[in-house]
Design a binder for this molecule. Structure first.
Ligand code: DOR
Ligand code: ZN
Length: 431
């Protein structure tokens, strides 16, 4: 990591959706901020990055990551997870509260804030839980958690089943101006399922998770957003009915936003047929029609954001029978390349549209002044080689855990530099 210096990024194709910008330009960074975006800047910088032939983007804002600290440092830590983030081009991430203990009180938030302050390589923001210990029984002190700096509330990993409790949480969230993020899953419908219900569950003889278990809860969460007028963000949308419901809600003016993850727009349930537990995620990989509808939602704007749901697990928790393995795939180091490969190189999205999904929209949803290359903004910038091909290999992950659904895949697009708050926090020295 280099100290705060003047950094000049020269001749890159700068894509900044916030300023409707897509042109070959230079960017000057001074003392953690962007101070100039123009052609042929000649200011004497101490570090010059030649970005000829490269794409220069705002650092990614990933609104769904599991950093596992405190409590499961064997899976990931703030240090290892944020290093993985830097490698993946993610300069800001939102840490989910399903840690041990859960981030459900001011004391636990302070513990995590202290760890972040000491060890984070990129900006790490905190989501606190909606209910105590995420048990869905008793609300946390949302006002206090907000005051302590929580950016959102969520019981991620679980949904708050009680309508009455969720209404109370949303009313407080509205008053406190804190975002509620919904992991929309009706456990009474999903039961002990491990893969998508249908052909795959039948073929494999494994218990299925229906699409209803997701979209009926999406419908409930939308209804509560309408009733309380509180903004609601639905995370990791995986099936076509959810996209349809969110589309209709948006048309009615209900304050709902949503994200999906790279695995839901690039993989379908067929990849689970080999019993590879890295493909076991929650919600599960769905059918081809669902993948098509998620991609359509990304294109037409119904799906606002892409988040990784970076979910590290140890080999002991993954390299076992499918039914016993944990749900989740790591994603911080692959989300940009999967997005470039699947959305840019296929022509589905423009670079500007992709910047919205990966940086600008999540920043706006969270109320962060990020995801932009405006003069005066925090210098969170990445330099990307868009066509460079690489293979996803266990050995190359900086994350402590290696459970990636994309292992062995060839992807296009690699991060050459990640600058966070004006410091170079990652540089690709390998290829
Ligand atoms: O696949 C998942 N893993 N989905 C979740 O909702 C939770 C996450 C985790 O914490 O491992
Ligand atoms: Zn979740």
């Amino acid at each position: 990591m280099t100290k705060n210096t003047k950094i000049l990024i020269k001749n890159g194709r700068v894509v900044d959706a916030d300023n409707n910008l897509d042109a070959v330009l230079d960017i000057l960074v001074e003392n953690s901020r962007i101070t100039q975006v123009a052609k042929n800047i000649t200011n004497g910088a101490s570090e010059i990055i030649d970005a000829t032939g490269k794409i220069v983007l705002p650092g990614l804002v990933d609104m769904h990551v599991h950093l596992r600290e405190p409590g499961r440092e064997d899976k990931e830590t703030v240090a290892s997870g944020s290093q993985a983030a830097a490698k993946g081009g993610v300069t800001s991430c939102l840490a989910m509260p399903n840690t041990q203990p859960a981030i459900d009180c001011v004391e636990n938030m302070r513990v995590l804030k202290n760890i972040i302050q000491k060890t984070a390589k990129v900006n790490v923001f905190i989501a606190a839980s909606i209910t105590r210990n995420r048990l869905g029984k008793e609300l946390t002190d949302i006002a206090k958690l907000k005051k302590e700096g929580a950016l959102a509330i969520t019981d991620d990993g679980a949904s708050v089943d009680s309508d009455e409790l969720m209404v109370r949480a949303l009313k407080i969230a509205l008053g406190q101006k804190i975002l509620a993020i919904c992991h929309s899953e009706d456990k009474s419908l999903a039961q002990k399922g491990v893969v998508n219900l249908g052909y795959t569950s039948t073929r494999l003889g494994l218990r299925g998770i229906s699409r209803e278990s997701e979209y009926q809860r999406v419908a409930r969460d939308i209804a509560l957003a309408k009733k309380t007028k509180a903004p609601v963000h639905i995370t990791h949308v995986s099936c076509r009915e959810s996209v349809e419901l969110i589309s209709q809600a948006k048309k009615k003016g209900i304050k709902v936003t949503c994200d999906t993850c790279p695995h839901y727009f690039s993989l379908d349930e067929d990849v689970v047929l080999a019993y590879d537990t890295n493909m076991k995620v929650n919600p599960p990989l769905r059918g081809k029609a669902d993948v098509a509808s998620i991609r359509q939602g990304l294109k037409n704007g119904v799906v606002d954001a892409i988040a990784s749901d970076h979910a590290p697990h140890t080999e002991n928790e993954k390299d076992i029978e499918f039914e016993r393995a944990e749900f989740g795939s790591i994603g911080l180091e692959t989300e940009l390349a999967v997005s470039i490969t699947e959305l840019i190189h296929t022509g589905l999205l423009s670079w500007s549209a992709l910047v919205k999904k990966l940086a600008l929209n999540p920043a706006r949803i969270l109320g962060l002044n990020k995801g932009t290359l405006s003069v005066g903004a925090d210098a969170d910038i990445i330099v990307v080689a868009p066509d460079k091909e690489w293979q996803v290999e266990k050995e190359n992950f900086l994350s402590k855990s290696k459970n990636s659904a994309f292992l062995g895949r060839r992807l296009k697009g690699i991060v050459e530099y990640t600058i966070c708050q004006g410091r170079i926090v990652y540089k690709n020295e390998v290829s």
